[in-house]
Design a protein around this ligand. Structure first.
Ligand code: SF4
Length: 499
């Protein structure tokens, strides 16, 4: 048994739901969504960058999806495969572990970000290395691995172009697939000139020139690194095979050149079979980059003597996933294959960008996944960061019903807040008063007449501010101006009332 694994840990005990840990790491921002969103909305450059990028990706996706006559059947197959994997997650994880270890890999179980970071740090220390190359991985972003390694004197180099831009700019990712979507070419050129010691000072903002500068900068790291770190898009239980899909080839280098490979993977990434993988290799590239297939699909199974890394470690990360699994409605958020299609169609994301969500998982999926991983009270504003227009549901290749999940999490938040307060909320008092008024026709007619006095607050056909407690409504939106005549008055005056 590996020294980092706790005695007695198996998939079954690890998935012991009553003691499931909450997610920690980079899953919660320092301020609520409305505060961060207001600041983002004032940044016109950010909105221009986002609008241009999401419009382009949306058009590419729509074109390649339209090519497939069985797209809806594929979506349904993807949904069914994920639902099956979640239903038997313990069995699939144990199978995966057995297959990886049968092929000379080592499996570690990490309950949360702290445990996962400690495991990876010790594994790298054991090699004597002080540097590692990384292929883009949301799981390692989620646990704050780079920061944990840095504190231990180990430098992790991001090798995906967009992640490199974020790392060099001391920035935070703002999109699942295109972490530097908030940056334009001129900004990227400035970052490269400032941060890359070996860059040509005559560098232009031509995309090919920027990519070449990054390639030259990273080449030395690839050739000297003893340790590679990756995430995983999928893990196939029946053979213990890991799969990473990417576009730039940096992943292939990270996965094959170093002598030690450490893969950090959320436990929900496991699927049963190669046939299941076939479904996702059609759904994912079309939904993410708008391509028919990914330029690089890397697959590896344990260790192959004399070929590629000779030590392979798989870290299986919970960090709130079993807590999400325990929520029968919410668990479908774990079906996500991180394609980012829901971000690109979301009117809220397009205007605020990813940083406003305060989590490594932004956009519609972040608005449900982050509260499920941390507990709703730790990300209480996110389920409200949506107009519930449903565009995310239509775009999702595995048919996650995000609007219903948002409503479910809002209900959980209200219920948890009510229980914590033990006193009725202002909303509950208002609703009780409304029910009392509406239960009696006389009271209702009087309330309608009284409501007309609200017309005095109207400016330019809108009411922008109401007194407390109704100010809670107008803090976020205008109130409708009451009509000059109630329906009952109109009914009477138009001669229709024959009672
Ligand atoms: S929720 Fe669906 S659309 Fe959004 S990233 Fe996940 S798989 Fe893609």
């Amino acid at each position: 048994m590996a020294p980092w694994r706790r005695a007695g840990d198996t998939a079954t005990t690890f998935l012991g739901l009553p003691t499931a840990p909450r997610g920690v790491g980079h899953l919660r921002g320092s301020e609520p969504f409305p505060v961060a969103a207001r600041r983002a909305l004032a940044d016109s450059q950010l909105r221009r960058n986002l609008g241009k990028a999401t419009t382009t990706i949306r058009a590419k996706r729509a074109a390649v999806v339209a090519e497939l006559p069985d797209w809806e059947e594929l979506r349904e197959a993807g949904r069914a495969v994920k639902a099956e994997a979640m239903r038997h997650l313990d069995r699939y994880l144990e199978r995966l572990e057995a297959q990886v270890e049968a092929r000379s890999g080592t499996v570690h179980w990490a309950r949360d970000a702290t445990e996962a970071n400690a495991i990876v740090t010790e594994l790298i220390r054991a090699t004597g290395a002080t540097e590692a190359v990384k292929v883009k991985s949301l799981a390692t972003d989620e646990i704050g691995l780079n920061e944990a390694l840095s504190a231990a004197g180990i430098t992790a180099y991001e090798t995906d172009l967009a992640e490199l831009i974020v790392q060099l700019g001391r920035d935070r990712p703002s999109h699942i697939l295109v972490p530097a979507i908030h940056r334009n070419r001129a900004e990227i050129r400035e970052i490269f000139l400032r941060e890359m010691g070996d860059v040509d000072p005559a560098l232009t903002d031509d995309p090919a020139a920027l990519a070449e500068a990054a390639r030259l900068h990273l080449r030395r790291k690839f050739l000297s690194a003893k340790v590679g770190i990756s995430g995983a898009n999928f893990a196939i239980a029946e053979t213990g095979t890991l799969c990473v899909v990417e576009s730039e080839g940096n992943g292939r280098m990270c996965l094959t050149l170093p002598q030690t490979l450490i893969t950090v993977m959320g436990i929900e990434k496991v699927i049963g079979s190669w046939a299941d993988l076939g479904v996702f290799l059609q759904l994912l590239p079309r939904s993410s980059t708008g391509e028919r297939m990914n330029p690089y699909t890397s697959l590896w199974t344990g260790v192959t003597p004399g070929d590629g890394p000779q030590r392979f470690h798989l870290v299986l990360l919970d960090n709130g996933r079993t807590a999400a699994l325990a929520d029968e409605t919410g668990r479908q958020a774990l079906h996500c294959i991180r394609c980012s299609a829901c971000l690109n169609v979301c009117p809220v994301y397009e205007r605020t960008g990813g940083h406003a969500y305060g989590s490594v998982y932004p956009g519609p999926i972040g608005a449900v996944l982050s509260p499920l991983l941390t507990g709703v009270e730790d990300n209480a504003s996110l389920p409200y960061a949506s107009s519930l227009c449903g565009a995310c549901y239509d775009a999702c290749p595995v048919k996650i019903d995000i609007p219903s999940l948002l409503v479910h999490l809002r209900a959980r938040h209200v219920e948890e807040a009510r229980r914590a307060r033990r006193l009725p909320s202002a909303e509950a008092v208002t609703m009780a008063a409304a029910a009392w008024v509406m239960a009696d026709p006389g009271r209702y007619a009087s309330a309608q007449r009284a409501g007309k006095s609200g017309r005095a607050l109207s400016r330019g056909g809108r009411i922008r501010a109401l007194p407390p407690p109704l100010s809670a409504w107008t803090r976020a939106r205008d109130a409708p101006v009451p009509p000059a005549m109630t329906f009952r008055e109109w009914w009477r005056e138009s001669g229709r009332d024959r009672s």
